[in-house]
Structure formats: structure tokens, C-alpha cells
Design a protein around this ligand. Structure first.
Ligand code: NAD
Ligand code: TYD
Length: 370
């Protein structure tokens, strides 16, 4: 199968590519160590990684597959329709897994333009390119377009509400979630109107290796290691449902191979935690790993001004994907978080240049007009 993966230099896209190409996922290979070409899980798998290389892209995240003859990267903006169509005509994909996006809520508050351009216009251009390519080769029925979306399109849950599932009405509240909701609607429209076999996944918050250090978990790990204040928005009582990234990658590949066109699958980690609980656990884990007195780093926690429009709670009921695609999240949150902390401690080669060249950990998303 020839698969075009968009956003494959990002956090989740790189995990999908490593899984597709049979690389052992994340055990801290350095960027300069020679990496043996790996055999893909299915020897017929070929991957074209379409990634514009934004601030969020890292080649280190695909270092383990970069030399594989089954992998190549093309530097294309998904909002560039002609470039996409040209790449598709050359590669002749059987499927698209679409992950390219602007993904950070706080950045969407500071600068929503890029979110509309990539998440909305880019998804539209990608749908058109996939449709024209499938029609050109007369493979519309067998083609697959997997669109990776978020539970944030469903809005915010109260503490006593049932978790989101595939029937939950859309109610996005941030510029990020509004742009993702728009993209989901376009994807569904291309299925209904043009017969493009699309599948949508809406998943909860991911965590794990190669997560850009603007997001809660990696930011708190690196600040805790450096002994810096840990900024918790509001009172830290917002709740997220944490999903280990490699479990999510398996869900996406299951949706590609066995998902029903036109269907949506909600994917969650079954691990609801308050932000304060997550940050305290990170503090204790870092204390343990560095041999310091457990509890000491909790003193670094600082409650700071809340995010504007901060959604209280996200949670997912994954019964459908468990039942229909036989997928379960296999990583317990405590194990996954401990593994993630160890990965960051072992992988300074990956994150140090990001902190010095791209993002130094400053507060984002306070809605000050620029
Ligand atoms: P990320 O920010 O780590 O990576 C995004 C990648 O997309 C980067 O490599 C970037 O260079 C690329 N990209 C951005 N704009 C592009 C463009 N115009 N053209 C081509 N490439 C472009 O994101 P992520 O966390 O890996 O998220 C991947 C997908 O999963 C996104 O669609 C996101 O909305 C969705 N999602 C993420 C989470 C999460 O917890 N991270 C949860 C639910 C859904
Ligand atoms: P984030 O990782 O940005 O994901 P999302 O906003 O998509 O859920 O944030 C996760 C939670 O952590 C969210 O409730 C906001 C909160 N948060 C903080 O309290 N402090 C921080 O420095 C960051 C980045 C996030």
C-alpha cells in the first residue's frame, strides 16, 4: 500500500510513520547514530511524508526511518493545491492519512490566521487533490482518506456529563477547535458529495516522545528538570483524557485498514486527570529519576492567569472503535508518563535545539491584540 502521510514530521504523524515502517518507536536514537533501514510491517508499505516543515516539525522524530527505501519526505504546504496534485500524480497513493495541522490552542489564540489557512484551506486542498487523483486512476472505491481530528470539536464537558462519543454534537470554542471542526465538515462533505471514502478519527490529548515542548506534559517535564516555575493555568482543575501516542498511532492504522468509509471513530485513553494531578505526578517522577527528595519539585508549581475560553473537561467514550476495530489503548497512564519522562531525560539531543532556536518556554495565548 502506498500511503501519503501529511504532517509526518510532527508528534503524532512521526509515530504513525514509525509504526507503518516497522521502526522501534522511540527509544532515544540519537540523530547522528547510523540507523539500519527497517522492514515495514507490511512489506508492501511505502510512505510519502508531506510536511511543510513549520516550527513544530523535527527530522529527529523520523531519524529511525529516514534512510529506509520505503520512505521519503516532500516539503509541501498542504494549502498549495497544484504542488499536492503533482506529488500525488508522481507517488500514486492508495491512501492518505491527514495529520498536518497547526495544533496548539494557545498559538491559535495569538494568531488564528495560520489555523484557518492550514487546517481549513489545507484540508480542502488535500481533499480535492485526493479526489482528483483517485478519479484519475479510477480507484475511487478502494481509496482511503483518514482524517485525524480532535475531541476539542465537541466543546467542553461539565464534571458530571457523559464522555464525548461519535454522536456528540459539534460545539468548538477555540480558534483551533473551530478550524478542526470546519475541516471535519469538509471531509464529511467530500464523502457524501463526491464519494471519496473518508474516515474521521476524533481523539483525546496525546502524550509521549517527540512532543513539542509548548504542550503541557513536555513543557512541565523540561521546566521541572531545569528547576523553573511550572505555570498551571487557573486552579489546575481542568481535565484531559490522556492517550499514549503509540496507542493512538495504532488506532489510526486500524482505522485505515479496517474502518468503514463515511464513519467516525472516537479514540480516548480512558485516563482522565486534572492538570494539577498531571503536573504533580511529573514533579514526583522527575524527583525519582534525578534522585532528589520526592515532593520537592511540587514547590515549583505556580497558578497563573487562566487561558481565555479554557475548556473545562474533555473525555472520550471509545466503545465503538474497541467494538468494531478491536482497538484498545494498551498503555496505562502512570507507565506511559514514566516512560515519557525517561525519554525526555535521555533525549536532550532532540529537545535542546528546539528550546534554544524555536521556543524558549514563554507563556502563549493570553489574547493580547498584537
Ligand atoms: P504537531 O504540531 O506536532 O505537528 C504538525 C505537523 O504538521 C508539523 O510537522 C508541521 O510541520 C506540519 N504542518 C503544519 N502545517 C502544515 C502545512 N500547511 N502543510 C504541510 N505540513 C504542515 O501536531 P500533532 O500533535 O502531531 O497533531 C497531528 C494531528 O492530530 C493534528 O491534525 C491535530 O489536530 C490532531 N490531534 C492532536 C492531538 C494532540 O494531543 N497532539 C489530539 C487530537 C488531535
Ligand atoms: P495543551 O497541552 O495545550 O493541550 P489542549 O489545550 O489542546 O488540551 O494543554 C493541556 C491542558 O494544560 C490545558 O487544560 C491547558 C493546560 N496548560 C497549563 O495549565 N499550563 C501550560 O503551560 C500549558 C501549555 C497548558
Amino acid at each position: 500500500m502506498k500511503i501519503a502521510v501529511t504532517g509526518g514530521l510532527g508528534f503524532i504523524g512521526s509515530a504513525v510513520i514509525r509504526l507503518l515502517l516497522g521502526s522501534s518507536p522511540s527509544e532515544g536514537e540519537g540523530p547522528h547514530e547510523p540507523v539500519e533501514p527497517v522492514e515495514p510491517v507490511d512489506v508492501r508499505t511505502r510512505v510519502m511524508n508531506i510536511d511543510k516543515v513549520t516550527y513544530a516539525a523535527t527530522t529527529g522524530s523520523v531519524a529511525s526511518v529516514a534512510e529506509s527505501p520505503f520512505y521519503h519526505h516532500v516539503e509541501i504546504d498542504i494549502a498549495d493545491g497544484p504542488a499536492l496534485r503533482d506529488a500525488f500524480a508522481r507517488f500514486e497513493p492508495d491512501a492518505v492519512i491527514h495529520l498536518a495541522a497547526e495544533s496548539h490552542v494557545d498559538r491559535s489564540i495569538d494568531g488564528p490566521d495560520a489555523f484557518v489557512r492550514t487546517n481549513v484551506v489545507g484540508t480542502y486542498e488535500l481533499l480535492q487533490a485526493a479526489r482528483f487523483e483517485a478519479e484519475r486512476r479510477n480507484v475511487l472505491d478502494s481509496f482511503r482518506f483518514v482524517h485525524v481530528s480532535t475531541d476539542e470539536v465537541f466543546g467542553s464537558l461539565g464534571l458530571d456529563d457523559a464522555p464525548f462519543d461519535e454522536t456528540t454534537a459539534y460545539d468548538p470554542r477555540s480558534p483551533y477547535s473551530a478550524s478542526k471542526a470546519a475541516s471535519d465538515h469538509f471531509v464529511r462533505a467530500w464523502h457524501e458529495t463526491y464519494g471519496l471514502p473518508t474516515i474521521i478519527t476524533n481523539c483525546s490529548n496525546n502524550y509521549g516522545p517527540f512532543h513539542f515542548p509548548e504542550k503541557l506534559i513536555p513543557l512541565m517535564i523540561l521546566k521541572a528538570v531545569a528547576g523553573q516555575p511550572l505555570p498551571v493555568y487557573g486552579r489546575g482543575d481542568n481535565i484531559r483524557d490522556w492517550l499514549y501516542v503509540e496507542d493512538h498511532a495504532r488506532a489510526i492504522v486500524s482505522a485505515l485498514r479496517r474502518g468503514e468509509p463515511g464513519e467516525t471513530y472516537a479514540v480516548g485513553g480512558n485516563a482522565e486527570r486534572t492538570n494539577l494531578d498531571v503536573v504533580q505526578t511529573i514533579c514526583d517522577q522527575v524527583d525519582v529519576e534525578l534522585g532528589d527528595e520526592v515532593g520537592g519539585r511540587r514547590e515549583l508549581i505556580e497558578f497563573v492567569a487562566d487561558r481565555p475560553g479554557h475548556d473545562l473537561r474533555y473525555a472520550i467514550d471509545s466503545a465503538k472503535i474497541r467494538r468494531e476495530l478491536d482497538w484498545v489503548p494498551s498503555t496505562d497512564f502512570a507507565d506511559g508518563l514514566a516512560r515519557t519522562v525517561r525519554w525526555y531525560l535521555d533525549s536532550e539531543w532532540w529537545w535542546r535545539p528546539l528550546l534554544s532556536e524555536r521556543y524558549d518556554g514563554q507563556r502563549l495565548g493570553v489574547a493580547v491584540a498584537s
